[in-house]
Structures are given as C-alpha cells and as structure tokens.
Design a protein around this ligand. Structure first.
Ligand SMILES: Cc1ncc(COP(=O)(O)O)c(C=O)c1O
Length: 452
C-alpha cells in the first residue's frame, strides 16, 4: 500500500486533528500508528487499507461472538424500527423486562433485583453507592469504607478508581479519591515456592480476617474481581468461598465485579459459580451485549431492595440515574447475546478452545524472560520479566509490552499488553487455526520485545 495514497493515513490525520483517545498519551501517535478500522468480521478487524488484525483482546474484552455478528445485528435492526430509547423512570419496555427476567434466571441464586446502567464503571458506582446506602437505611451510616484487593481494577470514574489499585491510573487522582482498605491479593503469582494456590488463598483469607476484625464496623463492602484480576493475576476459587463466609460473619457486603470475567470467560457462565457463592451485588457489562453497545447491570438481593422500599417521604429511595439507563437497543443486543448462549454449546466449545490455547502457550513456560503463563478459561496471560529465576521485572519505561503491540500490528494481530503482561482474550468464535496465528505472532513479538 502506497503510504502517500493510504486511506489509513488520511483517516488517521483527520482523527488526530480533533479526537482525544482513551488511555493514550496522544504524543505517542507521532510514531505509533493510529489504525482506522472500517469493518469487522468474526474475530477479525479490517482497516481502511484492507489489512486484517485478529482481535486477540475482544476489543477491550467486550466481544464474544464476533464483530458484526449477524444475529445480534438483526435483533438491533428490528428494535431500531420500533423504539430507540425512552426515559426509564416511570416508563418501561419489554426488552428491559425480558433482560431482567433472564439475568435473574442465569445468575447465582438470590440475585433477584436488576438495576441497569450504561458501562462497567457506572455499575461499580451503583454497587458502591447502593451498598453504603443500604447500611445507612439500616441505621449504620458509619459504614463508609470499602475493602478492595491489591492489584484490583474496577474502572476509572472517581468511585471505581477509588477501589482500584493500579498506580498508573490511580496515583494522579489520589487526592480526589476515597481511601479504600487494601487487602493483599490472593493472586497465585505471589505465593511462596511449594505453596499451592489453595494454601495461598487460605493465607490471604487469614489476612482479610484480620482486616475485618479491625475495620468491619466502618466497612460497607468488600469488592473483588472473581478469579481473575484483569490488571493483576489469577487466584483459587476457595478465596471466594472464604470471602462469602467472612462477609456473612462480619456483616459486610460482598460485591462481585464480573464485568470482565462474566459470560463464560472463565469456563463457567459466571466466575462465582466455580466457588458456589452468591455475592450481595454482581456487576455485569462488557460481554453483556456481545460487544455491540454499552450497557451494564447490577444484580442484588431482595434484602437489599427492601431496605430502600418505603413510603416516599421516608427518604430511602435510591435516587441514582443515567439518561440512557435501560436503553432498549442495548437491551436487545443483550437478549440476542443470551439467546446465542442458549442455542449454541458455547461453554463446551470454549473449553476446547481454552485447551488449545494452553497447549500452544505451554512452550513459553521455558522462555528465560517469562515468569509465568497463567490461564483461566478463555483468559491467558504471559508475564514478561528480565530474568525468569529472579522474576525481576523490566523497568516500566522500557515499554516492552508496547513492542509486542507494534509487532502484532505489523503481523495481523491486535495484542494489547498491560505493562509487561501479554493477554489473550479472543472472541469465542475464534478457531484453533486463528489461535495458532495469535500465539505465533505473540511469541515472535515477545522474542523481539525482550531483546536488548
Ligand atoms: C473488572 C473490570 N471492572 C470494571 C471495568 C470498567 O468498565 P468500563 O470500562 O466499561 O467503565 C473494567 C474495564 O476494563 C474491568 O475490567
């Protein structure tokens, strides 16, 4: 493609004149290409010059059944001719009603109420506010704090960022944020030699117990990403079982942020199922609409709902709203996504794909710059380090992950490492041959990135 006549180049130039992109130092685009995508097809993205990229991270972990999925598209087209949006206070519509009924049916027992919002961070805000407000309505306004895990990521609005522990995103805004109580993460990467992930989870539960002994009286909820901390590591399900018991014992809520791990990513429809637990709040988004439209849902219990249910002047209502709450198009996309789960053996297929991904990544375990290859279902991560034995990380300013990203772009794969961790979260429609391509590009990219 002649760069002077390139469609990519023309669109990139127009983009950079006015747009400001998320999670980006815009100065980087002096040297890093901006990639204009004109079309999606299954697991592939196609740019304006016709180059194809395998979407190895499901476009920020949203896409489940492929780009431009025809079934979800058809459901949206039908809804578009009927009702695009309506205020969701005092008014309702069948797509939202149907979606709430289905979510209650498929989530762990006891989650009977559904509050809708527009994106993952908004769902976290809702869960934090609702938890605090529940205790306030019960006469416990002193429960103003939240316990979060080290290495957690829950989004970037002020409340969600408050309970996140990724310095890169958090430290600039720290003066504006709530101060969470940080519990040490059960991330199995941090366990001692000879200690099993389960033993390590149990040790971390002991530390959480100590925190609760000191802070439960002022704590509203413990918030966690079940099984996989997207900006951290992976941990044993027994941590969630223990967490449920501790929350009951100390009278604090358990908020499960399944925004990234929900809808089949970890091998079960919801990650909490692997521990056999029901949280007090479950936050869902990302895959909820198959990656088509922004929508989120917070599920909670009848007990929580009833603490807000009173005659109006009692002042107990949850007066939280977003203009696009319950958007009918987004609800339709979610219903079409759930229909695919019912019609197709998605979890079974994912198990086979996950096993193939594991087989293909296995050789990286011996690489001198790989400290860990970890995987839970359709999420895999490769931790790059300077030295496998000492686990000494690469200095952040060397931006090794960025080299993997750039190598991926040149070789037809969208890989977007977080720091020095190379993630694989492909759409569920990916084939084994496409996984081979993704892993081949990643391995070559890693070789290139760790050099010099
Ligand atoms: C676990 C988790 N929680 C919350 C969020 C925030 O969601 P959103 O980006 O839609 O605000 C994310 C997004 O990456 C996430 O991975």
């Amino acid at each position: 493609m002649n760069p002077l006549t390139s469609n990519n180049r023309a669109l990139a130039e127009r983009d950079l004149r006015h747009l400001w992109h998320p999670c980006t130092q815009m100065h980087d685009h002096l040297s890093i290409p901006m990639v204009p995508i004109v079309r999606g097809e299954g697991a592939w993205l196609i740019d304006a010059d016709g180059r194809r990229y395998l979407d190895g991270i499901s476009s920020w972990w949203t896409n489940l059944f492929g780009h431009a999925n025809p079934r979800i598209g058809a459901a949206l087209k039908a809804q578009l001719d009927t009702l695009e949006h309506v205020i969701f206070a005092g008014f309702t519509h069948e797509p939202a009603i149907e979606l709430a009924e289905q979510l209650v049916r498929i989530t762990p027992p006891g989650l009977d109420r559904v509050f809708l919002a527009d994106n993952g961070s908004a769902a976290i805000e809702v869960a934090l506010k609702m938890s605090f407000h529940y205790w306030l309505n019960q006469g416990h306004g002193e429960k103003t704090r939240f316990i979060a895990l080290s290495g957690s990521y829950h989004g970037e609005t002020l409340g969600a960022l408050s309970v996140s522990d990724v310095a890169l995103y958090r430290k600039t805004y720290a003066p504006l944020l709530l101060t969470p109580i940080l519990a040490p993460s059960p991330d199995a990467y941090e366990r001692e030699t000879g200690e099993s992930p389960e033993q390590f989870a149990s040790r971390r539960l002991g530390e959480l117990r100590s925190l609760l002994e000191r802070h439960a009286h002022e704590t509203s909820a413990v918030i966690v990403e079940p099984l996989v901390q997207c900006a951290g590591g992976m941990y044993h399900p027994s941590y969630l079982t223990g967490l449920r018991a501790l929350c009951d014992e100390f009278n604090v809520h358990f908020i499960a942020d399944e925004i990234a791990v929900g809808f089949g990513r970890t091998g079960t429809l919801f990650a909490c199922e692997q521990a056999g637990v029901s949280p007090d709040f479950m936050c869902l988004s990302k895959g909820l609409t198959g990656g088509f439209l922004p929508l989120s849902a917070v599920l909670t219990t009848t007990q929580v709902y009833e603490a807000f249910y009173a005659e109006y002047n009692a002042g107990k209502a949850f007066l939280h709203s977003h203009s696009y709450t319950g958007n009918p198009l987004a609800c339709r996309a979610a219903l079409a996504t759930l229909q695919i789960f019912r019609d197709e053996p998605v979890l079974e297929r994912n198990r086979a794909l996950a096993a193939h991904l594991a087989r293909r990544l296995a050789p990286l375990r011996d690489h001198p710059n790989v400290a860990e290859v970890r995987q839970t279902g359709m999420i895999a991560a490769v931790e790059l380090v300077q030295n496998q034995d000492t686990r000494q990380p690469f200095p952040a300013d060397e931006r090794r992950g960025l080299r993997v990203y750039l190598h991926g772009l040149e070789h037809g794969a969208l890989l977007r490492p977080l720091g020095n961790v190379v993630y694989f979260m492909p759409p569920y429609v990916v084939t084994e041959a496409e996984i081979d391509h993704l892993v081949d590009v990643a391995i070559a990219g890693i070789q290139h990135a760790v050099r010099g």
